[in-house]
Design a protein around this ligand. Structure first.
Ligand code: GRF
Length: 189
C-alpha cells in the first residue's frame, strides 16, 4: 500500500515539486497534500499544477496545530516532509507523527544551523567562515529546530569564487538528487 506524504513548504517549492514528480512513479508513496503558512507561496501553485491538493493555514492555526492535524488525518497522511518550511512544527503534530517528520537543511549540520539560519543566510555564513565544503543534512524533526537525529548527509566543495547564489545552486542539486530517495527509503522502514 502506498504511503501518503504531506509536504510543508513556505516558499518557492522547487524541492516540493521535485518530490511530487519523483513519487508519481513510485510504488511506495504519493504526495497527497501540500500545506503552507503563506497564501501566496509559489509552492502552492506548483502543487496545484501537478494535481496535488493543497491549502494554506494562518499563523495561529499553525501554532495550535489542530486544524492542520485534522487536514492531515482527513488526507490519511502517514509521513510529513518539510521542504523550505519556516515555522516550527506544532507540538500536537510532533506527538501524532513521532519519527515520521523529516526536514532538509542546506548545510552540514551541526554547522550553520539553528535560529535564523535559512535560505541565503546559510550560504552567506558558510562563505564568510571560509569553509571548503558544504552540503545537505536530512534529519528528523523534534522540538528543537535542526537538532533532530541526522538521517543523511551529502557534501559538495565550496570554491573561493563562490557567491551565495552559486553555492545555493550546487546545494540545491544535492537536495534534488537525494531528498526523494531518502524519503522513499524511510517510507519502507
Ligand atoms: C532548501 O534549500 C532547503 O534546504 C531549505 O529551504 C530551501 C527550500 O528551497 N530548507 P525550495 O523552496 O525547495 O526551492
Amino acid at each position: 500500500m502506498k504511503k501518503n506524504i504531506a509536504i510543508f513548504a513556505s516558499g518557492t517549492g522547487t524541492n516540493a515539486e521535485n518530490i511530487i514528480r519523483y513519487f508519481h512513479d513510485s510504488e511506495s508513496g504519493v504526495v497527497s497534500l501540500l500545506l503552507s503558512n503563506k497564501v501566496d507561496a509559489p509552492a502552492l501553485e506548483r502543487a496545484r499544477r501537478l494535481g496535488v491538493p493543497c491549502a494554506a493555514f494562518g499563523k495561529e492555526e499553525w501554532a495550535s496545530g489542530e486544524a492542520v492535524l485534522s487536514a492531515l488525518r482527513e488526507a490519511k497522511v502517514d509521513f510529513i516532509v518539510l521542504a523550505g518550511f519556516l515555522l516550527r512544527v506544532p507540538e500536537p503534530l510532533l506527538r501524532a507523527y513521532p519519527g515520521r517528520i523529516v526536514n532538509i537543511h542546506p548545510s552540514l549540520l551541526p554547522k550553520f544551523g539553528g535560529k535564523g539560519m535559512y535560505g541565503g543566510r546559510v550560504h552567506e555564513a558558510v562563505l564568510a567562515a571560509g569553509e571548503r565544503e558544504s552540503g545537505i543534512t536530512i534529519h528528523y524533526i523534534n522540538e528543537r529546530y535542526d537538532e533532530g537525529g541526522v538521517i543523511f548527509q551529502a557534501s559538495c566543495p565550496v570554491s573561493p569564487d563562490d557567491t551565495p547564489e552559486t553555492l545555493a545552486r550546487r546545494v540545491h542539486e544535492l537536495e534534488y538528487r537525494y531528498y526523494p530517495e531518502v524519503i522513499e527509503k524511510l517510507l519502507s522502514e
